[in-house]
Design a protein around this ligand. Sequence first.
Ligand code: PLP
Length: 352
Amino acid sequence: MKAEIDSAISQVIMEGAFIGGKHLKIFEDNLSQYVNANHCVGVGNGTDALEIIIEALSLPHGSEIIVPANSFIASAEAVSRTGHKVVFCDIDPGNYTISVSDVENRITSNTGAIIAVHLYGHPCDMDPLISLANQHNLCVIEDCAQAVGAEYKGQRVGAIGVAGAFSFYPGKNLGAYGDGGAITTNDANLAKKAKMIANHGRIGKYDHQFEGRNSRLDGLQAAILNVKLQHLDEWTTHRISVAQKYLAHLSSFSEITLPIKSEWAKQVYHLFVVRHNHRDRLQQILDDANIQTGIHYPTALPKLSAFAYLGQGREDGFAWKNDSKLLSLPIGEHISEKDIENLITIYQKSFK
Ligand SMILES: *Cc1c(COP(=O)(O)O)cnc(C)c1O
């Protein structure tokens, strides 16, 4: 891709289209089309995307927002940063996304929204979640940071709830050459408000309607993302084939629990997360063989010092009890068949 990317970068530089401009507009149009949303607003990163969506919803100050206990901290930070209260809930043990029945347990008269994190690239079960939300007049915000291209019953994530937050952090499935993010929505008012918040509350050059902030997807990142978006589906197909190899070869072992893809899901495998009874030993064995793994996430969010003030650290839900078993095996467009076969051989030698 070097030639394509280099040419995109030099075009931006020659045009001086660093902020706003043509490449951003093209990317916003391309992403809207990709997720089948009416509107897309490029922003500085995925965390900003979440914060700006929440702010644009204008919920009463101090509203409770339900967030899954297993996610990256940004899913919860965006709630407190916008003046609301995080309420953690449990996840599904099969696909690791938000547990709809536990969301129901957590709803109070102060609840304003639910953050549906399509974790590891697996979409949340949106129909029951949205119907529950509708019964209680709540917004469902989609955290799509790990799930660009994932589908729920044939529909790409990002415009199923009120709005979707995307991250283009370099390690994500669609990664920029630095930070980047976007908001997608079908709601024209929400899109307009979000765009204004991200641009100092203005509509004209110096016509500031309220105090906003600065959060931008810059021209260089947009131009690079335009090139990479054209390759995304091909990379996703590869990720899925890597996952299928793991599933086929590791399912007969007793100490490992593999992720379960729901039948209505297109899972884009941002991560391939297993649970293992001897997680640290497995990680060490792979590390000794020069195979890098990760842990997503080592500590369930409610147990972090940052959230001690919420007093939810000692609950005993699935997410709370299983963080010490999680291990992310290598996955990505760069992983070869041989890499996987090698890992599987090592695994077979070490475990029954
Ligand atoms: C990466 C990520 C974010 C934050 O995105 P940034 O671009 O790093 O700010 C939010 N939520 C989830 C689930 C993520 O994985």
